[in-house]
Design a protein around this ligand. Structure first.
Ligand SMILES: [Zn+2]
Ligand SMILES: [Zn+2]
Length: 137
């Protein structure tokens, strides 16, 4: 039998697969998720730290849910997270539409970590170039 310690409460449980979280903590987490989701729907103008405070969840967890595309912020909502490539504010997922397109275009849709890093570096470089141009005016 495969037993592990729960990463949240430390209790020993029958481990099957995925993140080692015991069934009790998992359902707790699911409850928190539902509460958060409802809160965001009812309070579209709340920012992330407000959501974290009122729902008693960590901001890290909220970010994680957004990255997993489980939480989606309303269009025009005050909250959003940053595109991992260019830093633009997005409502869900990991990349903005433009970067998603770039990844598809440049990497044939393969999310190769190394190539994504390179793409990211190029974008930063481009941004710097624009900044320099602006400062010369
Ligand atoms: Zn647990
Ligand atoms: Zn982007």
């Amino acid at each position: 039998m495969n037993v592990r310690n729960c990463v949240k409460c430390g209790k020993i449980f029958n481990y099957i697969t995925g993140v080692p979280i015991c069934p009790a903590c998992k359902s707790n987490l699911e409850d928190q998720f539902q509460v958060t989701k409802k809160y965001i729907r009812d309070n579209p103008s709340a920012n992330i730290s407000q959501v974290a405070d009122d729902c008693d969840v960590s901001m890290k967890l909220i970010h994680q849910w957004v990255r997993e595309e489980r939480l989606i912020f309303a269009e025009g909502s005050a909250i959003g997270i940053e595109c991992e490539l260019c830093g633009k504010t997005i409502r869900t997922g990991r990349y903005c539409d433009q970067c998603k397109h770039d990844i598809q275009h440049n990497l044939n849709g393969a999310y190769d970590k190394e190539k994504i890093e390179k793409l990211k570096a190029d974008k930063v470089k481009n941004k710097m170039r624009y900044l320099n141009k602006d400062s010369l005016r």
